[in-house]
Design a protein around this ligand. Structure first.
Ligand code: CTP
Ligand code: MG
Length: 174
């Protein structure tokens, strides 16, 4: 694993991080949002997604993630192979996040309860998977680079959540 590949990997996944983190900040700024599931409950008596997944969060995550991707594409034109790839990073992050909440509700975890690994890595796994669909995985993405991305993501997720808690953006530290 070359040093350059490590830096490439971190910049590559940045749009997914931004998409995942923006909703927390935006929701704190605007106070509350409209739940994507409109309050719908499934036959298991649990919410489809829960109040933690709002339209405002989804739109702000997609918009800021896409803006980040376009800014990177302009600065480092060789990094992404085309718009389908860089668009699918924020889209994948949001899809993975929604899927994670869907699964948490199905196993009976209330909104905001922790699901270790899924909470930290679900969005990134989905982002990398979807972004690899149009042109295949990037050439520098081998198993050691992937492991490193997931490790850095888990550490960043835990530390930025703790910071957001200390800054009063979140009411739980995880
Ligand atoms: N958020 C949002 N809309 C989204 C994603 C996140 O409004 N699509 C906001 C919500 O305010 C949410 C916060 O970001 O509470 C943190 O996101 P997350 O940890 O994913 O949600 P949780 O509240 O923990 O809910 P869940 O148990 O479903 O993960
Ligand atoms: Mg959470």
């Amino acid at each position: 694993m070359r040093m350059q590949d490590i830096l490439t990997a971190i910049v590559y996944v940045l749009p997914a991080y931004v998409a995942n983190g923006a909703p927390v900040v935006i929701l704190r700024l605007i106070g509350s949002g409209h739940p994507i599931d409109r309050g719908k409950t499934l036959r298991d008596g649990r919410r489809l997604l829960g109040d933690g997944k709002t339209l405002e969060g989804l739109v702000s995550g997609l918009a800021t993630g896409l803006l980040t991707a376009i800014a990177i594409q302009i600065s480092i034109p060789w990094l992404y192979r085309g718009p389908p790839e860089y668009t699918l990073l924020p889209v994948g992050a949001m899809v993975g996040d929604l899927l994670g909440s869907f699964l948490k509700r199905r196993i009976g975890l209330e909104r905001g309860r922790p699901a270790p690994v899924l909470d930290q890595l679900g969005f990134m796994a989905a982002a990398l998977l979807l972004a690899s669909l149009p042109y295949g995985p990037p050439s520098w993405l081998d198993s050691s680079t992937l492991t490193l991305i997931l490790l850095v993501t888990a550490i960043l997720h835990v530390s930025t959540n703790a910071l957001a808690y200390l800054a009063g953006l979140k009411d739980k530290w995880y």
